[in-house]
Design a protein around this ligand. Sequence first.
Ligand code: GLN
Length: 533
Amino acid sequence: MEDTTDMGQTQKYIFVTGGVLSGVGKGITAASIGAVLQAKGVAVSVQKCDPYLNVDAGLLNPAEHGECFVTRDGAETDLDLGHYERFLDIETTQKSATLSGRLLSELIADERAGKFGGKTVQLVPHLTQSIQKAIVAAGKGSDIHIVEIGGTVGDYEGLSFIEAIRELGQKVGRANCLFVHVVYVPFIGTSKEFKTKPAQNALNDLRGFGIVPDAVVVRTDDPAPANVAKKISLFGGVPEDNVLLMPNADTVYRIPLILARSGVNKLLSDFSERDNEPDLTKWKKLIRAQAATYAKTVTVGLVAKYMDNEDTYISVLEALKAAAWHEKVGLKVQWINAETATAKDFKQVDALLVPGGFGARGIEGKVAAARYALDHNVPYLGICLGLQVAVIAAARKAGLKNANSTEFAADTTENVVYIMDGQAGKESTGGTLRLGDYPAVLTKGSKLATVYGTTDIVERHRHRYEVNQAFTEAIVKGGLAISGTSPNGKLVEFIEAPACDYFVATQAHPEFRSRPSRAHPLFVGLIHAIRDK
Ligand code: GLN
């Protein structure tokens, strides 16, 4: 079959794969490699390929998979894209996330449309070519395109991706691609040794698919001795300088610094043809901010439904940290279980944050948190659902006892949060949300306009329900002001409580636009409001 993959301009690729087990930091490694290259002045782009049969990450359970990250053009993706955006200060797009489910559904649609002229449609070469096309398209415009392959090499479902990148390497020439394999080396407590066997096997697996990696990143819990690198170098056929021992770091933002100090820096210099030293000032500053001891520590209560996995709210937590560094205070995040929360829990924190969420579980605890903040002038930041519960709390305060969102009380006539026309009936299906960047206009003179320093806003969205402006009077009577709407005024985007020092909420997800060294104004505002209290 004819290969129509357009290789575009001379593009270089770095492929990051994983062995032994997943979840040991491929994403952070890929992002950190990008950060070092960027610090040398290379234009990088990144992409995550996930072998799942899901079409996107929108319907994945965040308790299992971590947060669903949303790109500016509305892709619902895996949280690794958040790492990429925070590390590289870029905005990823639909093209940055490639899932088998999406590619397969497109292939099958093409088959049904008769586009294959009677030929058999197969994983190789059809799916593999789709993968290559997706990679080439996502990399256009950058000097080096970094592609992370999800899962572990050898996984049945990931084989097409491994074959695709092997072929792509062959097509663009071995000098134009770098293969980096991230493996895990366990420490056996009883015999007190690091065991490299699983890593050796993982390297054999990769070689079995025709890929000899250029570098191996060896993840360990604690620092491993140099002979671990020697062994992996010898058995893996990778020069010792390119075997990087990477024990758990105190902060992920240290990884670019570790990489830049290792032999991999030379490899990256040769590959990118830039032998200037990377400018790592930004990373050094971040590490210092994180390691500093501050005179004051503030406590933010995160009113959450998922209590046992930090990944579920990772962008919110990173945005809070960035704001605390900006405001030069220590930060403690107090998790408050929305299902059992009472005033006693709210009393113990300096500020309350209600993050985004779907479904009725824990909703009354979130409404109570907003009400408590409103009544007691406790700084409050409401994100998406956090705005909706604030509106419900205000409407109830104004006397609408049954005020609710139709998401939680389908039949309430006091539907202060409701579903827009055209969306009804699609509540449990994928792809019917308001997703990605939307503009908003803030009221001149509002607190939010001061916090943002402008009235023209763009933020990312991921929600289905909207504030019902038929109830504006009650919402205002309950203590809130609608201080930002869509440019045509139809959608409520921001609210604030004029009587409180800092009670703000947005229908959007500002956490996705926060960066470690460029904290988001809404989070800075929250930390600032409690810093001097
Ligand atoms: N469940 C709410 C909605 O669909 C809020 C979503 C969110 O917080 N991201 O509108």
